[in-house]
Design a protein around this ligand. Structure first.
Ligand code: SF4
Length: 624
């Protein structure tokens, strides 16, 4: 061992091909901790290995790498797509990962129908329909829909209802629909209404009001005063909305403008939506905890955001250049099937809008800093009121979920500086028997956690009262973790007086502490109490989610018990091959037989179990 040891990046860099591709960096446990893409894998990995990579996250990442896997792709674009997929799959610790945000709302209009309606949807699909959005929140999209329904009397009923109706519904009575269901409006007039609505949704309100004004005058000239009045009201409503939208460009461009701001380890990102030259909304992303430089964050953010089925505008404006700008633009153009420009403006109108987006991100950063300050206040208050030996920078909280003693599980959540640290979450399948003994279960979980004496917290919180606290203190003593403080948080009923005499029970949280007979109330330290409650609720949520997962798996396993010739081993094989009982039920005898260890006879038995005329559902019930 006289030779200097090479690190894994150096070893792999030596063999990496000079081709585009993706590399996966793994830690000692085999977990993927970073996924990156490169135009030339050899050059990229060499830069890591030579120490020339000066990105701020590198000193934290490099020492943890124990293995590197490379995947070669034909093009850089393919590398971008693969990188996105792998980031979503592994959610590596050192990558920026956008949470799967289900809050991208759009409005869908299926223009292929004769009488389309406006639909609120979460995802944009390539199905030939027109989509408008995304809207910053469900509230924003609902308000837009409400406005549109007041102004444009389109049908609101679903397709099936529309086909089945023999008489108009209340919408017609209140003049919110022209009743195409029974032919009270011609296809041509309805189409004009839909076109107007779409003009508005495209942000082309000015063009719409000009057209409406001409129509109003025409109706007046033709002495159709009622119609002229309706159009006039429509123009007024649209103009009132347009006044609220800020015009930022005279060019009617559609742009998404990304502003970013860093505060310590957090990056706050904001996107401002400009449609037809007007700001129509904005979205704040959840804060991203990362040491990555802003250009790297931007690049990951754009790739993940636009992969999520949102509308892609013609221009994307960013505040600093990114390495893969051209590849990204090319990938976006492929998705949109039209050219997309990714622009870093230096001056002019684009730079002005960018300034707005950055200012919004900075505001969010400042709010985040205020929240950080209040967390610090909460932690200090906790240390004082609970007589802790130090400010609890790392807190671990435990919860048991057993619902009648079956499938008992324990959970541990970790909060660092008052924020959840998901890397520190643990789940425990309890093994000390099925009797619902809360203390025994808590004891097992705590011994499993603190027996190793690794990465100890400043404070542990157990969900429960004096009994649970005593268990925690015993385990800390047994395992020699005597530097760790402990407390128990219990929801208990307190009898409170009612104004008009008598009494009622109020539920409140009490904190039990070692060597103190009476519990502590934190009602005057609201920030500290809220932090404790948040930690306890998170532990509970985590335990219940795990409990449900374990229970579901057990139910599925016991459902398979009824199949002749399928024992424990085959059950395991089937579930790990197909994933769900549903998938097993849908498999053909050939597919079942092809699974290693199943065989033709068992495959036939499994198939006839599912298709033998008896209808069964997981949970063990037969239906007649
Ligand atoms: S009036 Fe007819 S078309 Fe309009 S919402 Fe009612 S059912 Fe649908």
């Amino acid at each position: 061992m006289g030779m200097m040891e090479q690190n894994p990046v150096q070893i792999i860099a030596g063999h990496a091909p000079r081709k585009p591709g993706v590399y996966l960096m793994k830690d000692g446990t085999g977990a993927v901790i970073y996924v990156g893409k490169a135009k030339d894998l050899h050059v990229r990995l060499r830069t890591y290995a030579s120490g020339k990579d000066t990105r701020p996250m590198i000193p934290f990442l490099l020492p943890k790498i124990r293995d590197v896997e490379v995947m070669v792709t034909e093009t850089e674009k393919e590398a971008l797509i693969l990188e996105n997929t792998l980031i979503k799959r592994y959610r590596p610790r050192y990558n920026v990962t956008l949470r799967d945000d289900k809050n991208y709302f759009s409005i869908r209009v299926d223009t292929r129908q004769e009488f389309p309606r406006l639909e609120l949807v979460r995802r944009i699909r390539k199905d030939g329909a027109r989509y408008f959005g995304p809207y910053a929140s469900s509230q924003a999209v609902k308000e837009t829909l409400k406005f549109l329904r007041q102004v444009f009397p389109l049908r609101t009923c679903k397709d099936l209802t529309f086909r089945m109706r023999r008489r108009p519904c209340i919408e017609y009575e209140i003049k919110r629909c022209l009743a195409p269901c029974v032919g009270r409006v011609s296809a041509e007039d309805y189409r004009r209404l839909i076109d107007d609505t779409m003009l508005f949704l495209e942000g082309r309100g000015k063009k719409l009001t000009t057209a409406l004004r001409a129509r109003m005058e025409e109706a007046s000239r033709g002495l159709r005063f009622e119609e002229a009045g309706l159009v006039r009201d429509r123009i007024r409503a649209i103009e009132a909305t347009l006044e609220k939208q800020r015009a930022v460009s005279a060019s009617f461009r559609d742009q998404d403008v990304f502003g970013l701001c860093r505060a310590g380890r957090r990056v706050q990102a904001c996107v401002v939506f400009v449609r037809a030259g007007r700001i129509v909304g904005q979205k704040q992303f959840p804060p991203l905890a990362t040491r990555m430089e802003l250009s790297g964050v931007l690049s990951s953010l754009l790739a993940q955001y636009y992969d999520g089925g949102v509308d892609i505008p013609k221009e994307i404006i960013i505040q600093e250049d990114i390495e893969d700008r051209e590849v990204l633009a090319d990938w976006l153009a492929g998705k949109k099937e039209k050219n997309v420009a990714v622009i870093v403006p230096r001056r002019g109108r684009r730079a002005e809008i960018l300034h707005i987006a950055v200012a919004n991100a900075q505001n969010a950063c400042a709010r985040g800093e205020d929240a950080g300050k209040s967390l610090e206040t909460a932690l200090t208050a906790l240390a004082r009121r609970l007589h802790l030996r130090k400010v609890p920078r790392r807190i671990e909280c435990f919860d048991i979920s057993n619902l009648g003693g079956r499938h008992a599980v324990g959970s541990m959540v970790t909060f660092i500086d008052g924020e959840p640290d998901k890397d520190g979450y643990r789940r425990y399948r309890i093994t000390t028997g099925d009797t619902p003994d809360d203390y025994g279960m808590m004891h097992e979980v705590l011994v499993r956690r603190y027996g190793k004496r690794e990465n100890l917290p400043d404070l542990i919180i157990v969900d429960g009262g004096r009994g649970q606290l005593n268990v925690a203190l015993t385990v800390l003593g047994e395992t020699g973790c005597t530097d760790v403080d402990a407390a128990a948080l219990a929801k208990e009923a307190r009898m409170a007086r009612k104004n008009a005499g008598g009494s009622r029970a109020a539920i409140e949280d009490r904190v039990y502490l070692p060597h103190r007979k009476n519990p502590v109330f934190l009602s005057r330290e609201r920030e500290a109490l809220h932090l404790l409650q948040r930690i306890r609720d998170e532990a509970h949520r985590f335990a219940v989610a795990y409990h449900h997962a374990v229970k579901e798996k057990e139910d599925l396993r016991s459902f398979l018990d009824g199949i002749p010739g399928v024992g424990e081993k085959r059950k395991k094989t089937l579930l790990s091959h197909f994933g769900t009982v549903d998938a097993i039920g849908k498999a053909s005898p050939e597919e079942l037989g092809a699974v290693p260890g199943i065989g033709a006879r068992a495959a036939a038995a499994i198939h006839s179990f599912f298709h033998g005329g008896e209808s069964r559902k997981p949970g063990g019930e037969s239906q007649s």
